[in-house]
Design a protein around this ligand. Structure first.
Ligand code: ZN
Length: 141
């Protein structure tokens, strides 16, 4: 039990817990935004396409009452639409973050200009602007 507690403490202190908590909070808030987006834009659009011009405000209103036999598949459709939009938006965000990170890496690599060169005579590492090798005293460019 003590080992378990220590492991948990280590896990929590490493910041994984904090990252996860932030992720959960942002995720929950983000879910609301997506639901809002779906209800305000996507659902009316679908309603317009499918049903002409009948007035609905949420996917639940559009699909909620839809049942096939005993199965309330309307709610399932509504949930799937919410999920798909969330997944697409999250994918775009994650993709963007990855590209930003790889961009940063690329710049960091380019910034690291070489500060040394190899003497062509003795193959020792010497300063990039050296005109005489300190190892074999040869004249270098
Ligand atoms: Zn040399």
């Amino acid at each position: 039990m003590k080992k378990f507690l220590n492991e948990f403490k280590e896990f929590a202190m490493k910041g994984n817990m904090i990252d996860m908590s932030i992720g959960v909070v942002i995720g929950a808030a983000f879910g609301k935004i997506v639901t809002g987006l779906t209800d305000c834009i996507i659902t009316p659009l679908i309603a317009l396409i499918i049903g002409g011009l009948f007035h609905v405000e949420t996917t639940d209103q559009l699909f909620g009452a839809l049942t096939v036999g005993p199965f309330p598949i309307g709610q399932l459709i509504s949930t799937i639409i919410d999920f798909l939009i969330t997944a697409i938006v999250l994918f775009i965000i994650v993709k963007g973050i990855n590209e930003l990170q790889s961009l940063g890496h690329h710049e960091a690599e380019e910034e690291a200009a070489p500060t040394t060169k190899i003497c062509p005579y003795c193959k020792s590492e010497i300063a990039i602007d050296a005109v005489k090798c300190p190892h074999c005293t040869s004249d270098v460019e």
